[in-house]
Design a protein around this ligand. Structure first.
Ligand code: NAP
Length: 267
């Protein structure tokens, strides 16, 4: 018999929460024991996902749900304002967070790192669970060694709360850390505020929000006589499931924080 990992999901009624719950319910080594959200409280998570009832209903209070369901792992796909508090609550109860919610600052990551170190407990924060997007970030890091001039364009659906995306921020951090040369400053003056994007770690990021978009990103490297473009398109939310499953299986063995799915992959 396969040993199962007991998982509670927060934000279970949201777009990502529903799609991931459907996938987790099918995984043989995962037992979904709890679900939390501010909406659809009392609803069976099977029914919520157009499946037969599974006997797990949405709870409105995370603390109560953690106490009642005793999960090993808490998967979080909520909102930037809630995810940090959820993570601290889970860690205080010895439950390992696997956080997909974006909008974490480096200060938040640092704080989580310290909590995990002092408690010797695992936690994964991954702004992007799509393996293709993680590879795009990895290739961006390689390219940045030779191409210091780079800009990022990310495109998402208009319901996305944070801008820029967590993936764009993470890409900028990786690129900035592996650049061996500072880029030249462009000469152009903005005659329209914000037209050159938001600059993070010296890298302009442009956020497009349009209906029809899911999650897309281009990392454009320019050098005299050539342009290198790395592009990734997420076409459906199921793209995030394999990375999430990997993080859940790994986090139970970890004794600290891992920030970024790339740190769980072998390159
Ligand atoms: P969504 O549809 O708005 O879902 C979020 C859900 O969480 C909503 O039902 C929301 O309820 C609920 N919620 C808010 N505060 C809560 C709390 N304190 N406890 C429990 N539930 C709470 O958003 P989404 O599109 O699923 O995205 C969720 C997050 O995942 C975003 O940060 C997004 O950027 C991120 N994301 C990450 C990845 C990745 O690969 N890491 C991929 C896609 C998306 P209300 O509506 O009442 O606030």
């Amino acid at each position: 018999m396969v040993a199962t990992i007991r998982v509670l999901i927060t934000g279970a009624a949201g777009r990502m929460g529903r799609e991931m719950t459907k996938g987790l319910l099918k995984a043989k080594d995962i037992e979904v024991v709890g679900a939390v959200d501010k909406v659809e409280v009392g609803q069976d998570i099977g029914v919520l996902n157009h499946l037969p009832p599974v006997g797990i209903t949405i709870e409105g209070d995370l603390e109560k749900a953690l106490q009642q369901t005793r999960p090993q792992v808490m998967v979080d796909f909520t909102v930037p304002g809630a995810a940090m508090e959820n993570a601290k609550l889970a860690l205080a109860r010895g439950v390992r967070p696997v956080i997909g919610t974006t909008g974490f600052t480096l200060k938040d990551i640092d704080e989580l790192h310290h909590i995990c170190e002092s408690r010797q407990i695992g936690c994964v924060v991954a702004p992007n669970f799509s393996l293709g997007a993680v590879l795009m970030m990895h290739f961006s890091r390689l390219a940045a060694r030779y191409f210091p001039h780079v800009e990022i364009i990310e495109m998402h659906h208009p319901q996305k709360l944070d801008a820029p995306s967590g993936t764009a921020l993470k890409t900028a951090e990786l690129v900035a850390a592996s650049r061996t040369q500072e880029p030249d400053k462009p000469l152009s003056q903005e005659t329209l505020a914000g037209v050159r994007g938001g600059v993070y770690q010296g890298i302009p990021i442009h956020s497009v929000r349009l209906p029809g978009a899911v999650a897309h990103q281009e990392v454009i490297f320019g050098a005299p006589g050539q342009i290198l473009t790395l592009r990734h398109d997420t076409l459906g939310r199921e793209a995030f499931l394999p990375g999430l499953l990997l993080a859940i299986r790994e986090v139970v063995e970890l004794k600290g924080l891992v920030y970024g799915l790339e740190n769980l992959l072998k390159f």
